[in-house]
Design a protein around this ligand. Sequence first.
Ligand SMILES: Nc1ncnc2c1ncn2[C@@H]1O[C@H](COP(=O)(O)OP(=O)(O)OP(=O)(O)O)[C@@H](O)[C@H]1O
Ligand SMILES: [Mg+2]
Length: 444
Amino acid sequence: MVIDDDRLLCDTVRHGLDGQGVQVLTAHSGAEGLRLCAQRTVDVVLLDQKLPDGDGIRFCQPLLEHNESIKIIFITAYPSFENAVQAIKVGAYDYLSKPFALGELNLAVRQALRTLDLEHVAQVQHFQRRRESDRAVLVGRLPEVRRLVALAAANAAPVLITGETGTGKTLVAKAIHFQGQGADKAFIAVNCAAIPENLMEAELFGYEKGAFTGAAATVKGLFEMADGGTLFLDEIGEMPPHLQSKLLGALDDQQIRRLGGRTLNPVHARIITATNADLAAAVRERRFREDLYYRLGVMHIPLPPLRERLEDLPELCRSFLSQITPDQPVRLAIEEIEALRAYPWPGNVRELRNILERSVLVRASTAIQPSCLLGTAICNQTPINRANAAISIPRTLEQVEREHILATLRHFNGNQTHAAKALGISRSTLVRKLKCLGLNGTAP
Ligand SMILES: Nc1ncnc2c1ncn2[C@@H]1O[C@H](COP(=O)(O)OP(=O)(O)OP(=O)(O)O)[C@@H](O)[C@H]1O
Ligand SMILES: [Mg+2]
């Protein structure tokens, strides 16, 4: 938006910026500009210093009150140092003196829009970080793990997290990061097993332009990107030996040298590592440096497998089910939780989450009760357990239908409309079936 009583200038700006993906609004007084700002979303304002209804500076504050991210470019025919200082003091973004060339105007507007874009990206990142920190919450009792996470968050020592797959190692690493001092800085996760060995060094430590063929520009490594925050090295056991030494050096000196670089750059990233392999055995077999092992494990957080903390099953189920369908969380019956207890959970918490997700999804489309699906999911994986013992008892179709209808009604607290919908039949069909099965009037 251009706010200037000089109509010719307004038209010139409009034509000058036209066709550049910029839409130009014009106002000829401060009051008109404020009115327009209240009706439209304005990104950049070109504000004249001398307006019919007062000094342009007077309107800076009210414009910013409408929208604090507006970028105000002050334009004046009487440029002076004092003027410029005053404009910046009241929140102007830039300053142009009249007459200005179109190129100059273009540049100022582009820069203002770019700053807006960057602010927007920063806002999105901030929002995503908040979302992620919300999700980095441990469910279950885990008293020892919680104590160690709090302790780790309170200092910057390296942390080694061990545990089987799906026990929550990545989650614990995030919890430490978001509870710690660097929570508003980056959390950068690297899976050492997923990066080809020849690229890992450049990824981690960065490189200077010309360091190798194809290094067309200087690039920061993940270590530097995580400065002030956390570098999470997952599957650390897979790190090749020559990088193990370089990592140890970086940890000891708190500085790194980019590939092809001459200088050392200071980095203060907290290092969290994780593995589901037996790192101690790797040390014994000389596949992993012993000194690095002790350096990384200043704090060690072992995570128990799910089968060793079955008391957390009900709470984990409740938490996952309410995340999967927040509007109408499915509740599991005690027998269903009992069936889950009988399973050895080789995939730990991740597997539990997946099974629940799958059962809710299938249930939504074909009206299968979670109990059935949990039963089949588990039956497919374990030869004998209590869950499939119950299912394999021969029963008539009528018995199965009767139990299924009752269970569905029970699930919906007797609400026939909801139960019929979940069963994939009309309410009148349900009423008819209830009658045939001698169940009409039965409180489920
Ligand atoms: N205590 C817990 N509370 C809530 N969610 C958990 C818990 N433990 C694990 N999860 C969830 O289980 C899934 C797997 O966890 P995570 O990715 O942290 O496991 P992992 O140990 O890093 O596995 P991998 O060894 O395969 O990398 C995630 O969805 C995570 O949020
Ligand atoms: Mg993980």
